[in-house]
Write a protein that binds this ligand. Structure first.
Ligand code: NIG
Ligand code: FE
Length: 416
């Protein structure tokens, strides 16, 4: 049995005695912590924690590793519930196009964007895709991510989508991070099907989904529901085909236009609706009546220079909010969760407590793993990080770009 004790913790953050599903609205301002704390882990699972003063002591010291965390804080790892980290090549030429005045939509229209990534992926081997994605996983691990959702969507052909999903499956098997796979075959309309959209959707439903089912290649199903991509009707057809084989829906909506995607997500019990840069009042009212997690991606707004989602309006209307990176080669070439927290504080005017809730407990909800991740609670997986000596929780989003993490613990073991 492997055992770990972290003692003298300056502040143990996001502790729960009775685990919650998520935190909502005004509750998000409260972040439960224990000062001067200890935490015990056995075989990768949190078994107990409390105040140093009330520590009953450990009875069996055999094989126990002890970390003295004086002056340091302990957090549950971030859950990054929205990424596209399997891709063939970076797209900095589009970054330069945008500097020179083109918009994301204009670049997509001239063959850039998602279709550009899809073209590059067709000629890239499964092995190369795996090795590049592996490096990205190692990178996000260093900035505190302990669980990550990874989407397909740069294949846009039967062969390409399955290749991506098989890479994600291999990453799942080999990585210390917790990984969930999301099938996003409906990410763009492939060039070949421009005049026959239904033909491509039929291909997703009749060719891809049955193989995904037989090889257990995905946990979720996603669609980019947006003007020039998939209509709400098309999105619903795809989501329902996924639901029929047991996939849970998540959906890209309201990045550039509000066209009814949120309502499709709600109607089909999506776990989350993601992006939400452009929100109508009706969208907010409909979300209030649902259990769907609104997921915001501030580093996408930062990188593309598009509006920031109205996070304050959502939270002040009583909704929960989740924060994720959207790590992908086109709209967010970064998987840095601490930077996302800083952007959310600065641009969304979320408080440090709100951004920690949004990236831990609420993010675990958006990944469907809130029973095992997202907080410090007995029985949850010991995916944590120990900070360097820092002055307060707010120091983390405040000191943007600096590395505040000292020790990473995944599955109860030191991972750096
Ligand atoms: O979430 N919005 C759609 N998909 C990605 C961008 C994909 C790309 O440009 O490669 C996103 O931002
Ligand atoms: Fe995305």
């Amino acid at each position: 049995m492997s055992k770990l004790l972290i003692k003298n913790i300056k502040e143990l953050v996001q502790v729960e005695s009775t685990p919650k599903e998520n935190v909502t609205g005004a509750e998000m301002k409260a972040l439960p912590t224990i000062k001067d704390a200890w935490l015990a882990v056995e075989d990768g699972i949190i078994v107990d924690f409390g105040e140093m003063d009330e520590w009953g002591g450990i009875t069996d010291w055999s094989d126990l590793e002890v970390i003295d965390a004086s002056g340091q804080m302990v957090f549950p790892s971030f859950c990054d519930s929205h990424t596209h980290i399997v891709y063939a090549a970076s797209r900095e030429e589009e970054f330069v196009d945008r500097i020179n005045g083109l918009t994301y939509e204009e670049i997509a229209k001239k063959g850039g964007g998602i279709l550009n990534s899809a073209k590059k992926l067709q000629n890239t081997s499964e092995e190369d895709l795996f090795n590049d994605a592996w490096k990205r996983l190692e990178e996000i691990k260093k900035t505190g991510t302990g669980a990550v959702e990874i989407k397909s969507g740069y294949g846009l052909s039967v062969e390409g989508e399955l290749k991506m999903l098989r890479v994600i499956k291999k990453l799942k098997e080999k990585s210390e991070l917790t990984i969930k796979a999301n099938f996003l075959g409906a990410h763009a309309i492939p060039t070949k099907y421009k005049q026959n959209r239904k033909g491509y959707i039929d291909l997703i439903i009749n060719e891809m989904i049955p193989i995904i089912k037989s090889e257990s290649l995905a946990d979720y199903i996603d669609v980019f529901c947006e003007t020039n991509y998939y209509t709400p009707e098309e999105a619903e057809r795809v989501l329902q085909a996924g639901i029929a084989i047991g996939l849970i829906p998540k959906i890209h909506v309201n990045q550039f236009t509000s066209i009814g995607g949120i309502q499709v997500g709600i109607k089909n019990n999506a776990l989350s609706v993601d992006h939400l840069e452009v929100m109508e009042e009706q969208d907010i009212q409909d979300l209030i009546k649902s259990d769907v997690m609104p997921t915001l991606l501030p580093s996408c707004s930062f990188f593309l220079g598009i509006p920031y989602a109205p996070a304050r309006r959502l939270i002040d209307s009583g909704l929960p909010v989740c924060l994720a990176t959207d790590f992908n080669p086109g709209s967010t070439p970064s998987g840095n969760m601490p930077f996302v927290l800083s952007l959310a504080c600065i641009n969304y005017k979320m408080t440090p407590e709100e951004v920690v809730n949004a990236s831990t407990i609420n993010a675990s909800y958006a990944m469907g793993i809130n029973k095992t991740h997202g907080s410090i609670a007995i029985g949850k997986k010991a995916n944590l990080f120990i900070t360097k000596e820092i002055s307060s929780i707010a120091f983390i989003p405040y000191s943007f770009g600096s590395n505040f993490i000292k020790t990473i613990i995944l599955n109860g073991k030191i991972a750096n």
